[in-house]
Design a protein around this ligand. Sequence first.
Ligand SMILES: [Zn+2]
Length: 653
Amino acid sequence: MSAPAPLASLDEVIARARAAWRPPPKLTLSQWADEHFRLSVEASAQPGRWTTLPYQVEPMNCMSDPLVTDVTVMKSARIGYTLMISAAIGYFVDQDPCSILFVEPTVEDVKSFSKETIAPMIRDVPRLAAIMEDEAEEKGPRDSGNTIQGKTYPGGRLSLVGANSGAGFRRRSCRVAMFDEVDAYPASAGSDGDPVKLGKKRTEYFWNRKHFAGSTPLVAGLSRIEALFLAGDQRRYFVPCPHCGAMDHLVFRQSDKGGHYMVWPDDKPELAHFVCSANGCVIEHSSKRDMVERGEWHASKPFEGHASFHIWAAYSYSPNATWGQIAAEFIEARRTRETLRTFVNTTLGETWTEAGEAPDWERLYRRREEWQLGTVPAGVKVLTCGVDVQKDRWVYEVVGWGEDKQSWSIDAGVIPGNTSDSAAWVALDELLSRRYEGGAGLVFAIRMLGVDSGYNTQEVYHWVRQQDRQRVIALKGSSTAQAPLIGPPTDVDVLRNGKRFARGCKVWPVGGATAKTELYGWLQLEPALETGEIPPGFCHFPMLGPEFFRQLTAEHLVSTTDRKGYTVHEWQKIPGRENHWLDCRVYARAVASVLGLDRARPRVAPPVPVPVVAAALAARPPAAVVAPPPLPKPKPSTDSRFLGKRSGWLSKR
Ligand SMILES: [Zn+2]
């Protein structure tokens, strides 16, 4: 017995009725781009119609998909990301008008993006030209609301903002926030805080808000784009082996994590090909286009509103990104650490990891320079000091800072004493009163000293309270991996009614991971082979003993997997090593930042040391000096900028 053909269920009837009333579907971003987007001569070697490449379709359509809030693209160069994001701007202006915040690393970047990409796009994409023309006609040419950093259109405004300027984020709210090259953003937009957080905050009142972030990644553990990629569903582009059909993504090196991987015969990069991860089939470059056309994105984590993508140059159709070309670039790049790092970042689209690569202490020991310990070489502008507190001793380093963040170790040592006894801290008064001779009759004092408050905290505060607040600060290591080098200070002396002591002690958070990553990069530097030129950030050392160098290089960055399966990068002590002088250097560096080292523009003025007139010192013997003589007021010209006495965080205290 056969049942009669079933009548449509009530649900189906309702669904059909709903469908009939739905407004015509909007185009997806890739459909819109294929139909309306045009490449300008300024933005492309092949101006004219745009065709969305197979691997671009899904990231672009996620940008226009109402179910996706966050889209992250961690990428190499040469995959067309700038054009994808430009098309996204055009799409929202035309199809889904709303206010857009677009953030580039600096105000200068924003200006050139606006002139070289946005203006030509408005000129060359007919739909956008028409919209902007109508807007201009309606409001009159004088009041079209169009400037380099802002474009108005019916239903919204595009605001172009530099991540280095806090002011740009204080404007009105927006529904879509786009962050370009996030790894090049400063830790803080002016003094307003993290630029990505500030940008996202602008969107918080929209239920249908969107955040797009794209970047070439930089250093592992500090990379914003990698953190965002890991927070999303981690999609990689899988392509079929042309011989056996095995689907996998393309990777540069073979690893236990899988992926069709690249190989080439020695010295023959032009013969580079991929090896199929399933059956070892040889995949020739001639198969690339066909494979990419049949590729698909595979996520490795569940989707929870955040789609994240990784894509690199091996998928590129660009004629200068053939597999042979990539192999040749690698052979060229591996000659120096710096070029290899650039290759890993911009060709592989991966972060550069210092893992297992603590600088070699013996190399630093061998390249010590012959100046007398405790004297100040030419080039030093200001001295800072970092102090690490142990149970039975203080460990300190006095560091001289010069142009381009070059540094000189001036004095390093250990002061024995019971650090839980407040009276014993007078030993640090002596350290603070030390004077260091430079050339030409100049005498340097420690401009500012930072002491760790993580151990014997109350004794630290007690000593700091008694000191000149312009010369001594309490520091505390921050455990957050991406914490900036130095954060705004917090009050530790609070009265019972919750009010602050005007003269209370403050503690400044120090981003240890950030400082160590920077320092270890600097410790890898060498003077230029041919010219002998000293690179920015170079660290000079006098004839200190081997233990100093062992401690300075006692940690390495380790990548581990946390309980949720996310990769985390963590600084860890190498077993058997002590790391106190590393901490001292981190604190001395943080103090230099408080004084304005990171605001100093490189190579603009000749080095100006802090002169303490020798005659003034001779009047009383240094040993008897308890309170140091006041430092001369910095001249308002070049050195006040460097000393930062009345600028930045200092002025806010
Ligand atoms: Zn195969």
